[in-house]
Every structure is written in structure tokens, then in C-alpha cells.
Design a protein around this ligand. Structure first.
Ligand code: CTP
Length: 438
């Protein structure tokens, strides 16, 4: 399928050596890790103490772990700690009584290589392709997916040298997991904290999933937005978020790494899905754009985003008066259309709540937003909102399909199946295009 806009990025799983990792918030299982062989590189930062917990969790998920420490890492944690937790030897430096081929053997042994923590120095060394310590050499020799979990002072993370190194690693297909924001060991606050061990283990687990969307990063928006009128009032709509949450859960079941940007709803986060909560359309746009910057293959805009918001929300509660009042509204940025215009852009799916001629409105909306697929549902007489079932008309370039009325859970699975097919088509034609023009 040809896209009207710039073609979608090729699927990450189609590039060799690329990590099919994902984000998760409440994942229940780490089922994909059993019997998997992980080389864990530990470099010299204070976060190295967290790597002990990482090894413990990986072992708990029945993975095998071999730890490779840089010399600096030993200043923070002793090799014996990792040895005891992993039940395997720990590699620190070249030589000793092992063969000179140990970097090759470790690289061949690994199903995945994860460097956590990855210090600024380690990232620089990996970006340069150095091989003068064992960990750098293993990373260079490995043909398996490589992920790094940066941990450093926030100024070091923001330094253009690190930004360039991380950009280079990303372009080569290295997965960069984190860092998180927050208080740092040095007393400063900002981005640079290593992701929590449980989060890293979930991402590793996700990377072995084999569903139709395995290794694909999906971003879903769901729920209504609230646009403040004054400190106690807001404009909103009747969206319950159920459809968006069901889509996020179905994408996760299909093996995707799913992030859900959610407006205010009374729903439990789906298992294994990272949920970012927002209130206003502006906050939703900001969260979506931040996720796009981290990398996203498919965007599914299921949120009922406000079209207008109060132009000047009052700082104090508006007092009742006898006469009628006027509320000036200003248009809200269209998040879906903005994502579809971004570069690089993900494969874009929009929803359309319509009354009247569903097909005609859906086609028109697909064109005007510049997206690959529109899932339209009828909302005449309140149908669709806050119900447990729904029906959809899917519309894409040159085709359409009706999904009969059923529970939102079942419908979401059918929708995700269709998205997976169309996404695979789009990435295949993108791949062919690249081959022809090469
Ligand atoms: N959408 C968006 N940002 C907005 C408004 C809508 O991202 N500010 C997205 C929704 O998430 C949905 C799609 O656009 O995927 C269509 O939303 P809908 O409310 O049906 O249409 P509108 O674009 O608002 O147009 P209209 O109200 O005129 O039908």
C-alpha cells in the first residue's frame, strides 16, 4: 500500500540486529525470557548496584545471565555479587586463564546484549566502535540485538557529545532504554537515572515476543481531554476510553511494546502497557510528541480530543451573574494530523466518531488527516460512547471493511489484526522501494 505522505519507517524487526524491545508499566509475565541467554554489560556508575537486582529478576524469569564488567564498574560492585546471583562466571578483563577469544564466545553465546548501566563514557566507546575493553569488544563482536540503559549526570546526558553518540547508536539500531528523569545521586534533578530493573527486564522479555506486532512500538491515545474553563470547571466529552484501552491491550497481546497516553478515565491500565496520564489536549500532544521522539512505529489516535478550548481560562472561579455569558473558544491542534505530518512518521490510524453517512465521512477524514487507516464508528443517538460494545467501518486507500457489532475487546483484537496486516504491507512496500532505489 502506498502512503500519501512520507513512507512509514520500515519495521524495526526487519532490520538485522535491532532490538524488538518495548515499554511496559504493569506487565504480568516475563514469559519470553525463559531459557534465553543474556549478556549483561555493567559499566562504572553508581547505578551499577541496581544491576544486581536486574540479574536477580532475570534469573527469576528463568533466563541465563553472564555479566561482563568494565574495570570502572568494579569500583562500585564486586564481581562476586554478580557471580553469586547469576550462578555463572563473571567476566571483567581480558586474559586471566581464559582464551583470547572470550569476546567472540560471549558474543556468540548471547541472544541479547544489554548494557546497564551504560555510562556516558561507555556510550561514547560504543559509538566509536572501540574494542579495547572486553565489554566494548563483546558489543562490537555481537550480531545480536544490543540495548543500552544510560545512567549519568543530567548535564552529561544533555551534552551535545552524548546526544550525538546516542543518536548515532540509535541510527545503527541500538535500542536506548531510558534514561528516566528524577533526583540523581549527585543531588541534581533531571534526565539521567537508569530505568528500574523491572522495566528493563520487561523490555528484554518483550523483545522475544513473536505475535503479529512483535517488536513493533505502538502508541495509543485514549479517553477524553479536559479543557479548563476556570479552576473548578472544564469542557470535556462522553468518551469512556474503553475502545482505546481495548486497542492498547490487543496490541500488547499481539506482541507490541505499547504506550498509552490517556485522558482522564476510570479504567485500569491494561497489563503490560505503559500508561501516561494527561488532562488537556495540549498535554496529550506534548506526551505524544515526546513518545514519537523516543521512537514509534504505529500511532493509533483513539482519544476523543477536544476540538476547541476556552481561549482564556479564568485564574479564579467564575462567579454567577444574572445576565447570559459568552465563553470564547479557540481551536485545538489536531494531534493525529500533526503526527501524520511529522518526520519520520509512524503508520497512522485514526478514529472517526460520525453521524450520518459513515463511509463518506470516514474517507474524507482519512484524506484530510493524511493517515493510512480510519476506524469509523456511528455515534447517532449516543451509540459508541461509554458502551461495552461497538462496530467499526475500516477505511484505507483503495479499500474498506466492516467489523460487526461486538464487545470492544473483541473488536479491538480484530482492528489490531487489520492494522498488523496493513502495517506489514506498508513496511514491505517501503522495503521494496528502498531496494529498487538502492
Ligand atoms: N483528533 C486529534 N486531535 C484533535 C481532534 C481529533 O488527534 N484535536 C483525532 C482523534 O483522536 C481521532 C480523529 O482525530 O483519531 C478524528 O476525531 P473526530 O473527533 O472524529 O474528528 P475531528 O477531527 O474532531 O473532526 P469533526 O469533529 O469535524 O468530525
Amino acid at each position: 500500500m502506498a502512503s500519501r505522505r512520507a513512507p512509514v519507517k520500515s519495521a524495526r524487526r526487519q532490520r538485522p540486529g535491532v532490538f524488538a524491545g518495548g515499554a511496559s508499566g504493569t506487565l504480568t509475565g516475563m514469559e519470553f525470557l525463559a531459557q534465553k541467554q543474556i549478556v549483561l554489560g555493567v559499566s562504572g556508575g553508581i547505578a551499577a548496584y541496581k544491576s544486581a537486582e536486574l540479574v536477580r529478576l532475570l534469573k527469576g524469569a528463568a533466563a541465563r545471565v553472564r555479566v561482563v564488567m568494565t574495570p570502572a564498574a568494579r569500583e562500585f560492585v564486586g564481581a562476586r555479587t554478580f557471580q553469586a546471583l547469576s550462578g555463572e562466571p563473571v567476566w571483567c578483563e581480558w586474559g586471566d586463564d581464559r582464551t583470547a577469544m572470550e569476546h567472540i564466545e560471549l558474543a556468540r553465546w548471547a541472544d541479547r546484549v544489554l548494557v546497564a548501566p551504560a555510562t556516558a563514557d561507555t556510550l561514547a566507546r560504543l559509538a566509536q566502535g572501540r574494542a579495547d575493553d572486553l565489554l566494548a569488544a563483546v558489543c562490537l563482536a555481537s550480531e545480536r540485538p544490543l540495548a543500552v540503559a544510560p545512567a549519568m549526570n543530567q548535564a552529561m546526558w544533555r551534552n551535545p557529545a552524548t546526544v550525538d553518540n546516542v543518536g548515532l547508536l540509535r541510527r545503527r539500531g541500538v535500542e536506548v532504554w531510558g534514561p528516566a528523569e528524577g533526583e540523581q545521586a549527585c543531588g541534581e534533578v533531571g534526565p539521567g537515572r537508569m530505568l528500574e530493573p523491572a522495566e528493563l527486564v520487561r523490555r528484554l522479555s518483550d523483545s522475544f515476543s513473536r505475535g503479529a506486532l512483535a517488536g513493533v512500538r505502538v502508541l495509543v491515545s485514549a479517553g477524553p481531554t479536559r479543557e479548563p474553563v476556570d479552576p473548578v470547571r472544564y469542557l470535556s466529552n462522553r468518551s469512556s476510553g474503553k475502545m482505546g484501552y481495548a486497542v492498547a491491550a490487543a496490541a500488547r497481546e499481539a506482541g507490541a511494546a505499547v504506550t498509552l497516553v490517556s485522558g482522564p478515565v476510570a479504567l485500569e491500565p491494561p497489563p503490560g502497557v505503559r500508561v501516561l496520564r494527561v488532562e488537556t489536549a495540549a498535554a496529550m500532544l506534548e506526551a505524544v510528541q515526546a513518545q514519537l521522539a523516543e521512537g514509534c512505529d504505529i500511532y493509533i489516535g483513539a482519544a476523543a480530543v477536544a476540538d476547541y478550548r476556552p481561549a482564556a481560562p479564568a485564574a479564579d472561579k467564575i462567579k454567577k451573574k444574572a445576565e447570559a455569558m459568552q465563553l470564547a473558544l479557540e481551536p485545538v491542534t489536531d494531534i493525529l494530523a500533526t503526527v501524520a505530518r511529522s518526520e519520520p512518521r509512524p503508520f497512522c490510524v485514526g478514529f472517526a466518531a460520525e453521524t450520518g453517512d459513515l463511509m463518506a465521512w470516514a474517507q474524507r477524514k482519512r484524506m484530510s488527516k493524511g493517515v493510512e487507516l480510519i476506524a469509523a464508528n456511528p455515534v447517532d443517538g449516543g451509540r459508541g460512547f461509554d458502551h461495552d460494545d461497538n462496530e467499526l467501518l475500516l477505511v484505507w486507500e483503495g479499500g474498506s471493511k466492516r467489523l460487526e457489532r461486538t464487545s470492544k475487546t473483541r473488536l479491538a483484537r480484530q482492528l489490531v489484526d487489520e492494522i498488523a496486516v496493513r502495517y506489514a504491507d506498508a513496511t514491505t512496500s517501503q522495503g521494496n522501494h528502498a531496494e529498487h532505489s538502492a
